[in-house]
Design a protein around this ligand. Structure first.
Ligand code: AMP
Ligand code: GLY
Length: 427
């Protein structure tokens, strides 16, 4: 079968890499892809959100399965359009993807179906929001309702920051429509864990846990980024917790969405905070996480094409997921200056040496070919991912490969996985 993957980041490289291992995958296309993806798939020059052009391409090429990476095409209704045209596509419908696309909707669903989450209120009116802030002092969290490319959350440690965030969002100057409504929620303290699960609308199959590293510098310092690294499993996420999250979070979310007429098919990503009062949901995403996917898929032994077809065909109850009993670590190599402005078009050295290491895959995020040379083409450039029997070994292996790769001003966090080591040492 021919497979089309939509997107161009590290997550999509990991998806293409895993899908390509399936005997069911005859040929893989990726729109638009990147330099690393080009080694495994034919890259097609169509932007990820050009839904109509993607549909024309899929029809012309007789694509048997389309897999959507990022949220924008989901929110634009790519799954509805492909499905209406009789094509198989992995991902939630537009109505279901609203679970990520509207934080207010996500909070309503959580409240209605008793899914543990931070206390909150939603506002469109600035005065009402400011009045609420006056009664709920900082620390407090202000979130733009809509999709804001991961930048719509302000964790305000002071009242002034909270007021500034509300004013900026509700005056429509930042995030436009996405900020026309805000969710203000209780500040939660704890350790974060990401849990991704497959769902066909009924059955839920959770994947192994992972932990992202959202801040740009070591020890969780500096501004938030798209994610500077990930590891799997998260030792803090015990089998008991996993069981609890399946029954108190994932299954109720999928059942609730079905009851709301928003049947949820695809990957459901739960961003969890493990607080002293128990597990609470920070957010749902309607897609695979980046860079969690790079670490998680390195451990998946099952055939991903088979699982995705079972999701699309609503027979996920037939499937089980097999995992390597190993740890995986993904270290993101980024361009100097990221997440603010950075240079592009710098030649990357050392990729071949790094790729020669056993059980190591260098997933590309922001790269492109110029002639035969791989150049930087984004803020997050590579996700160097390694698997090993222990997390300590996986960390060592990933950084050994990282140290073979360079370009002017590249940088990475040096503490990816350190929290896992700390947690294990405490046990
Ligand atoms: P979100 O996009 O909702 O996951 O938020 C981005 C990041 O903001 C999360 O990964 C957390 O680090 C932080 N965050 C979100 N909501 C809260 C909260 N209620 N309390 C504390 N931190 C939060
Ligand atoms: N790693 C966070 C996300 O994919 O949203």
């Amino acid at each position: 079968m021919k497979i089309l993957v939509v997107g161009s980041g590290g997550r999509e490289h990991a998806l293409v890499w895993k899908l390509a291992q399936s005997p069911l995958a005859e040929q893989i296309y990726c729109a638009p892809g990147n330099a690393g993806i080009a080694e495994l798939a034919e890259c097609v020059n169509i932007p990820a959100d050009a839904v109509d052009t993607l549909l024309e391409f899929a029809q012309a090429e007789d694509i048997g399965l389309t897999v959507v990476g990022p949220e924008a095409p989901l929110a634009a209704g790519i799954v509805d359009k492909f499905t209406a045209a009789g094509l198989k596509i992995f991902g939630p419908s537009q109505q279901a993807a609203m679970l990520e696309g509207s934080k207010a909707l996500a909070k309503e669903i959580m409240e209605k179906y008793h899914i543990p989450t931070a206390k909150y209120a939603a506002f469109e009116d600035k005065e009402a929001a400011l009045a609420y802030l006056a009664e709920h002092p900082a620390p407090i969290v202000v979130k733009a309702d809509g999709l804001a490319a991961g930048k719509g959350v302000v964790v305000a440690m002071t009242q002034a920051e909270a007021v500034e965030a509300v004013e900026a969002m509700l005056s429509g100057n930042v995030f436009g429509q996405a900020g026309a409504r805000v969710v203000i929620e209780e500040y939660l303290e704890g350790e974060e864990v990401s849990v991704l699960a497959f769902s066909d609308g009924q059955t839920v199959l959770p994947m192994v846990s992972a932990q992202d590293h959202k801040r740009v510098f070591d020890d969780d310092q500096g501004p938030n980024t798209g994610g500077m690294g990930a590891y799997s499993p998260a030792p803090i996420y015990t089998p008991e917790l996993a069981e609890q999250v399946l029954h108190q979070v994932l299954q109720p979310a999928v059942d609730g969405m079905r009851q709301e007429g928003r049947t949820y098919k695809g990957v459901l990503y739960a961003g969890l905070m493990l607080t002293a009062q128990g597990v609470k949901v920070l957010e749902f995403n309607a897609r695979f996480g980046d860079p969690e996917t790079q670490a998680v898929l390195m451990r998946l032994k099952s055939d991903l094409v088979e699982i995705m077809l079972a999701v699309v065909e609503e027979r996920l109850q037939e499937c089980t997921l097999d995992w390597a009993d190993e740890a995986a670590v993904c270290v993101v190599l980024a361009s100097g200056g990221y997440p603010a402005s950075y240079a592009k078009g710098l030649p990357i050295a050392g990729l071949e040496q790094a790729a020669q290491q056993a059980n190591t895959v260098v997933f590309h995020a922001g790269t492109k070919f110029v002639g035969q040379q791989v150049m930087t083409d984004g803020g997050r450039v590579l996700g160097v991912t390694a698997c090993a029997p222990t997390i300590q070994q996986a960390i060592y292996k990933a950084y050994t490969a990282v140290d073979l790769i360079s370009w002017p001003d590249c940088f990475c966090r040096r503490d990816i996985g350190a929290k896992a080591l700390k947690r294990i040492a405490q046990k």
